[in-house]
Design a protein around this ligand. Structure first.
Ligand SMILES: *Cc1c(COP(=O)(O)O)cnc(C)c1O
Length: 413
C-alpha cells in the first residue's frame, strides 16, 4: 500500500472527523503511543477549565454536592464499554491500588491463599499479586504464557486446585498485544471456586469487552491510554453486583462508608460499588475520564475496533514487505481475532532504533529487551500516519542513523 492508497482509506474512514476533536499541535508528528498516554481531547481541556474556574474557583466547597457521586457516574459511563452493568463500575485510585483492593478482598472472601497469574502479565500487577498472596500466607503460581499469543486456557486448568482463590491476568498483553480468552478462563476459574480479576488497561477503549459473559469476573483498568483521560487520571474497577456483598475492601475509607457524612466511629461498607472507594476522588482528573469515555462511546467501540484492525493490519503488511528483511520479527499475533490495539515489532537493536525513530518524528515506545510498540490509537491516527511511520523507519535503518545512539537505556521509555 502506498501513501495515496492510505489517503483514500482515510477519506472513507467513518471515524475521520474524530482527529479534529483532539489537540494536534504538530501535524508532522506521528504519534503511535496512545497505548501509553492518549492525546488531549479539546473538550477535555475546556471541561477541566470550567471545573477549575467555575466549580472550584466560584462555588468552592459547595461544589461537593455535585462532585461526590462523580466516581460512580463516570463508572456508569465506562460500564457499557466493558460489558458491565450500570452500578458495577467505580472510578478511583490507580490500577495497581484497585488490583490490590480486589485481589485482597477475593482471597478474604474465598478463604484461599494462592493466586494464579501468567508470566506475561504487567510487572506492577505481579508485584501487587505477590504481596497480596504473601499476606494471606500463600503464593502466586505463575503459568507460562506464549510470548506472542498469550496464556492458554489448558495451562490454566492444570494450575488450579482448591488452594487457589484468584486468577488474575491482563486481558491484552502490554507487550505482545495478544488478547486473552477472558470468558473461557473466567469460567474455568469459576468452576473451581476461584474468582477472577482482569486488567483491562490495554483493551478498554480499543477492544470490545464483554464482562457480562464471564460470571464472577472482576476487572480493573486505567483511563489514560485509549480512553484519553489524561496523565495520572484515576483508574476504574468493576465488580458484578452478585459479588458486592461478599467482598470487603482492605482500605475502608470514609468514601466507601454506608453513610459517610454520619462520621460514625465504626466502618460499615456501602451497599453497592462505592464500598470499594477509599478517599477523596481527584475531581479535575475525573472530568478527563468522563469526557474521554464519552468520546469513545460517541465513536462506538465496534467502529473503533474495525479501524484499529485496519491500522494494525496495514502495519503488519508493511512489516512483511519492508521490515522483516531488515532484522525485525513480529511480536504480536497475526490472527486479528486475538490481536489487540498495538503491534509489537522486535529487533535486537530495538532500544536505539526506538530512540532514533522518536527523533525522526514517530513516537513509539520500547519494552525490554527488544520490543518496540506501535500503538495507532484509532480516534486520531490515520492510515497515512502508519505509512509515514514505516517509511521513516526504513529510511533511518538504511541510513543507519540509529547507530549513533547509545545502546543503554536512559530515562523514561
Ligand atoms: C498502564 C497499565 C497499568 C497502570 O497502572 P497504574 O497503577 O494505574 O499506574 C496497569 N496495568 C497494566 C496492564 C497497564 O498496562
Amino acid at each position: 500500500m502506498n501513501r495515496d492508497n492510505a489517503a483514500e482509506l482515510d477519506a472513507a474512514d467513518p471515524l475521520r472527523g474524530f482527529r479534529d476533536r483532539f489537540v494536534v499541535d504538530d501535524p508532522g508528528l506521528v504519534y503511535l503511543d496512545g497505548n501509553s498516554l492518549g492525546r488531549l481531547p479539546k473538550a477535555t481541556a475546556e471541561a477541566m477549565r470550567a471545573t477549575i474556574d467555575d466549580e472550584w474557583g466560584r462555588r468552592l466547597v459547595g461544589s461537593w454536592s455535585s462532585w461526590v457521586d462523580l466516581p460512580e457516574r463516570v463508572g456508569d459511563a465506562i460500564a457499557p464499554l466493558i460489558g458491565a452493568a450500570a452500578g458495577d463500575v467505580l472510578v478511583a485510585d490507580q490500577t495497581s491500588v484497585n488490583l490490590y483492593k480486589l485481589a485482597t478482598a477475593a482471597l478474604d472472601a474465598t478463604g484461599r491463599a494462592d493466586i494464579v497469574t501468567d508470566d506475561s502479565n504487567f510487572p506492577s500487577d505481579r508485584y501487587v499479586l505477590d504481596a497480596v498472596a504473601a499476606r494471606a500466607g500463600g503464593r502466586v503460581r505463575v503459568i507460562a504464557a506464549d510470548p506472542v499469543h498469550g496464556p492458554d486456557p489448558d495451562v490454566l486448568v492444570a494450575a488450579l486446585d482448591g488452594g487457589v482463590g484468584l486468577v488474575s491476568m491482563s486481558h491484552v498483553s502490554f507487550k505482545s498485544g495478544a488478547i486473552a480468552d477472558l470468558a473461557t478462563m473466567a469460567r474455568i476459574a469459576d468452576a473451581t471456586g476461584a474468582l477472577s480479576l482482569w486488567d483491562l488497561s490495554h483493551s478498554v477503549g480499543v477492544v470490545p469487552i464483554d464482562l457480562a459473559a464471564a460470571p464472577s469476573a472482576m476487572a480493573v483498568g486505567c483511563t489514560y491510554k485509549y480512553l484519553n483521560g489524561g496523565p495520572g487520571a484515576p483508574a476504574f474497577l468493576a465488580v458484578p453486583a452478585a459479588l458486592h456483598e461478599r467482598l470487603r475492601s482492605p482500605i475502608p475509607g470514609w468514601f466507601g462508608h454506608d453513610d459517610m457524612f454520619a462520621f460514625d466511629p465504626d466502618y460499615r461498607p456501602a451497599a453497592g460499588i462505592r464500598r470499594f472507594a477509599a478517599g477523596t476522588p481527584p475531581i479535575v482528573s475525573l472530568r478527563g475520564v468522563e469526557l474521554g469515555a464519552a468520546l469513545t462511546a460517541e465513536a462506538g467501540i465496534e467502529s473503533i475496533r474495525a479501524k484499529s484492525l485496519a491500522l494494525t493490519e496495514l502495519l503488519i503488511e508493511r512489516f512483511d514487505s519492508d521490515l522483516a528483511a531488515r532484522g525485525f520479527r513480529l511480536g504480536s499475533p497475526r490472527n486479528p481475532a486475538i490481536r489487540g490495539g498495538h503491534v509489537a515489532l522486535r529487533h535486537e537493536d530495538g532500544y536505539r532504533i526506538a530512540q532514533a525513530l522518536i527523533d525522526h518524528g514517530v513516537v513509539v515506545d520500547f519494552r525490554a529487551p527488544d520490543t518496540i510498540r506501535f500503538g495507532p490509537a484509532p480516534l486520531y491516527t490515520r492510515h497515512v500516519d502508519v505509512v509515514d511511520a514505516v517509511d521513516r523507519l526504513v529510511d533511518l535503518l538504511d541510513s543507519r542513523a540509529h547507530e549513533q545512539y547509545p545502546r543503554a537505556r536512559t530515562g523514561v521509555t
